[in-house]
Design a protein around this ligand. Sequence first.
Ligand code: GCV
Length: 766
Amino acid sequence: MTRFSSALLGLILFGAAAALPRAAAETGAEAWLRYAALDPATAKNYARLPGQTVLLGDSPVLRNAQQELVRGVAQMLGRTLSSASASPTADAIVLGKLADVHALVPGLNPPEQLTADAYWLTNSRVRGHECMVITASTDRGVLYGVFALLSKIARLESVAALDEVRHPYAPLRWVNQWDNLDGKIERGYGGPSIFFAGGKVREDLTRAGQYARLLASIGINGCTINNVNADPHILDDNFIAQISRIADVFRPWGVQLSFSVDLSSPRALGDLDTFDPPDPRVAEWWRKKVDAIYRQIPDFGGFVVKADSEGRLGPSAYGRTHADGANVIARALKPHGGVVFYRAFVYNHHLDWRNLKNDRAKAAYENFHPLDGTFDDNAIVQIKNGPIDFQVREPVSPLFAGLRHTNEAIEMQITQEYTGQQRQLCFLVPMWKEVLDFDMRVDNNATPVTALVAGRVFHRPTGGFVGVANVGMDANWLGSPLAMANLYGFGRLAWDPNLSAETIIEEWTRLTFGNDPLVVRTIAALQLDSWPVYESYTGPLGAGTLTNVLGNHYDPGPESSEENGWGQWHRADHDGIGMDRTVATGTGFIGQYPPEVQKFYESLAACPDQLLLFFHHVPYRYVLHSGKTVVQHIYDSHYEGAERARDFVSRWKTLAGRVDEDRYRDILARLEYQAGEAVVWRDAICNWIYRLSGIADIRPRTSDLGPRTSDVRPRTSDLRPVDRSDWIYRLSGIADIRPRTADLRLPCLVIHRKNFARVTTALATH
Ligand code: GCV
């Protein structure tokens, strides 16, 4: 292209973009609660929304509900709601618990009973005025109703004749944060902790309060503030006093605070010489500790416990069971109404890899199924969605069907540890939907996982959903604007797992980027495509994410899975690939599922392609249902995945001028970077599989897929060496990666995440 023609093209493009209304720059801090002003014509559709609010009752949560309503209406519709106390003096939006509403309108009854946290939006004549009523059986339910109304307005839905009751699907809808007391976050990609810095609770907890507001807006009612690899000092008396300040900023949003504890705390803190659960001194220690917590945090939610896992101490130190460990804490919490989430993520990470019968996937069921019925009623076994560890694709954990007399909760990972670490786009709601909808066929009946975890199948007193969120101090919380759809989606699914991924992403996109149809269509489609695309160039056919499992869980590193005790094996050798987990010839893992599911997975013919290598070891030339051989599928999916990742860039570019400049550029830079990383992955895995199998790709490939991140030289002025877990750009070709030595062999430059956008722009334009 000549200089003149490119200048002309630039002018045309500039002109086209200039013709569109320019959106103001946004940081993403408001997430889906932007309450962006509607244009006057659209705002007219809400002209009949009453101009007054009446708050019945008084509590921090109710006051927040009213303020949120006033704020949302002011920002979106440019109208200031007045307020009247006790009774409307004009058409009004009446907020309050049902009992208080009844005092005003005795006959007003919801079409169905309002369970805890459920809300009812309706219309009624109150003392001669046309009113919209937002009511619930709890203050928190009223707050949820307000958020629901505001969300409708932001998404341009009619609110004219509302009459809807919405119930949460399960009582427990919590997030876990893996924040350390020094302010770092394990597997956090959005900056340092919003709670802790330098071993203390932060002085300024503004962000913690804002986070609670975000959580409340999607129905999350609990937040565990520290790493499951817990520092025992969180239970120091002076620390509890500090933590109570976090509870103070959560409380007005109806978010219960909880924290993770180390089971060995009675001994680790030097108070006792033991932490043996049945020892009466240990029980007394927990009782006193818990009483002290409730004196300072009366609405404390409870504890999360990771024990006998990845080096953490646990009840096995004394030959006790996990139920013993959970119950000693549960009993201390019981009088206060608290709960303990006891994690089922218990496995031996020193397994002998030479023994083909060994299988980490079996660990949770083997550890917890025999204990069914021995956990107290306020203990909940918290089970990761799959039997390994948040891989890009896993079958559901069989333990969900293995506990009939025990409360359970599903743990899903919002932070993208194995799915691109927020540097790459991977919308996880479609994956979670597959897990939640999976029919376990318990006693040969329809039994979706979602009903099991909510306690509906075996009539458990409690249960629910836990998401590992790991937001940080970055303005946009998760470090990447598009990744916030995962936090939103988790909350929406925890509230209503029957929502479709399409509905959720459309809601989120409208709330986050506005209602321009092209923007909504394009972003929603990109998000919905992103998990399959990420899977296609990282973890084929259920083999697991073929990443560096000994290091950053991000770069390609298929060889790191083998020949060690961690058990994330794919068993790839010169003849074939995949873990034989069958009952007939393999590890027997499949035998942990109910019979109908066993049958399905045990049969090579019935097993779906996408999980084939999770359950079976097959030769490379094994023919899939798709008609392709395994090895050719691996080549093809990696090339197609890289190509589709490159297409993300052009799809995003259609939104130039329609999305505010800051977010537009940030996302563009990320997608360009991802396109490069997909090529890195493609080449690494294709070379690895060729080396192992000796079978060549049957398709001629052009490598005309744009630059990979390793092929281009960033300007050194843009680079700043920092922690190696941050951005890594390889400056030499990396067609052949051996992860165990890669760090030593390959020259690396590490780029601070703050410089990321500048560097990727430099890369793309180089
Ligand atoms: C908090 C994986 C992660 C760890 C995490 C652990 C867990 O192993 O890599 O960072 O520890 O899961 O869930 O406990």
